[in-house]
Write a protein that binds this ligand. Structure first.
Ligand SMILES: *[C@@H]1O[C@H](CO)[C@@H](O)[C@H](O)[C@H]1NC(C)=O
Ligand SMILES: *[C@@H]1O[C@H](CO)[C@@H](O)[C@H](O)[C@H]1NC(C)=O
Ligand SMILES: *[C@@H]1O[C@H](CO)[C@@H](O)[C@H](O)[C@H]1NC(C)=O
Ligand SMILES: *[C@@H]1O[C@H](CO)[C@@H](O)[C@H](O)[C@H]1NC(C)=O
Ligand SMILES: *[C@@H]1O[C@H](CO)[C@@H](O)[C@H](O)[C@H]1NC(C)=O
Length: 288
């Protein structure tokens, strides 16, 4: 028994030297996928595609693929499919690898990785915008407005013209309403109406800002915002204040929002001009 074992181990070792890249056991070999490609399919969106290795025996084995996103945000998952879509800011490039995973009886075997990357888009250093900040608001017509501000890059020439685009799911639109700095560079943008769904608070909003200049290539910039995190609550509606004898009576109504009134709390600042006394009442719930 002991000598048979030794023979088996030696055989395995010899085979590995001959074909170091193809792990196998029980006569089954695992080959890496082929034709792995990355394609930008929308703003800040990458389509990963690969093909099963033609040498890979399919028969009774379960084939899956391990996908590892290396940058910009590391992520690892496995899939039965031969494609996958990822949303990520692409201004610093994107890189990923994929390998074949073969499940045979209780055995799990992995091929070598195949690696692919998207280079960062061209542009001179420090020309992309910085300090991008965006807020959304629910409008009276139950649509969502979007407002973004940014600073021109330190290395952006004075003639730099920035262009902002937002993408929400499959819809992409360029800003038509910019506000400019003293050098006439766009530094702020407003969309009074967007395709953003006010009910889908967990969805992502992609912002893409590129630009042009006679003197330098402007590096694009992308950022993903969670709608939840950037929604700005509207002000209370129909605020009234009046005196009844010596009592001050204030009334207000829930701000424009798809959320029910139980979700809101209010802060009430009362400033007495005569006495200079400031009263702040916090965490008030709306009265029925
Ligand atoms: C991989 O790509 C090459 C070149 O485009 C093509 O000839 C080949 O058929 C592809 N292989 C598979 C398995 O699709
Ligand atoms: C697949 O498995 C079945 C039963 O487990 C067996 O009869 C068949 O020969 C296998 N096919 C191949 C190609 O190995
Ligand atoms: C821009 O962002 C940087 C780094 O986050 C910060 O230090 C700086 O104060 C910001 N500038 C302005 C004008 O907000
Ligand atoms: C900016 O990005 C948009 C959307 O990808 C593209 O259509 C446009 O050509 C770009 N403009 C410049 C100046 O790079
Ligand atoms: C606010 O007041 C106006 C005029 O009094 C009224 O038409 C409107 O319905 C009120 N808004 C709400 C949300 O009740």
């Amino acid at each position: 028994m002991a000598s048979m074992m030794r023979v088996f181990l030696i055989l395995l070792w010899t085979t590995n030297v001959v074909q170091p890249n193809v792990p196998h056991a029980a006569g089954v070999q695992v080959f890496p996928p082929v034709n792995f490609t990355l394609t930008v399919s929308a703003l800040a969106q990458v389509l990963l595609r690969w093909k099963p290795n033609p040498s890979q025996e399919q028969k009774n084995h379960t084939i899956r693929y391990d996908v590892k996103i290396l940058s910009p945000v590391p992520e690892e998952y496995d899939t039965k499919k031969t494609h996958s879509i990822r949303t990520a800011a692409l201004h610093n490039g994107f890189s990923a690898r994929v390998r074949t995973l073969l499940l045979h009886n209780d055995l799990q075997m992995r091929s070598d990785w195949v690696k692919e990357k998207l280079p960062p888009p061209p542009g001179a250093p420090e020309t992309s915008v910085t300090n991008l900040s965006c807020v959304t608001r629910i409008t009276i017509s139950s649509t969502v407005s979007l407002h973004c501000t940014w600073l021109p890059g330190q290395g952006a020439p004075e003639d730099t013209k920035y262009f902002l685009f937002y993408r929400y799911e499959t819809y992409t639109e360029e800003c038509q309403d910019y506000i400019k700095d003293k050098w006439n560079r766009n530094i702020e943008c407003r969309f009074s109406v967007t395709h953003i769904d006010p009910e889908e608070v967990d969805s992502l909003i992609v912002i893409h800002i590129n630009g042009s200049s006679k003197y330098a290539a402007i590096k694009p910039f992308q950022q993903l915002f969670n709608q939840n995190a950037i929604e700005k609550v509207n002000v209370p509606r129909n605020v009234t204040v009046f005196l009844e004898q010596n009592d001050l009576l204030a009334t207000w109504e829930k701000p424009i929002s798809p959320l029910p009134k139980e979700c809101f709390e209010y802060e009430f600042y009362l400033f007495n001009l005569k006495s200079d006394i400031e009263n702040i009442l916090k965490r008030l719930q709306i009265a029925n």
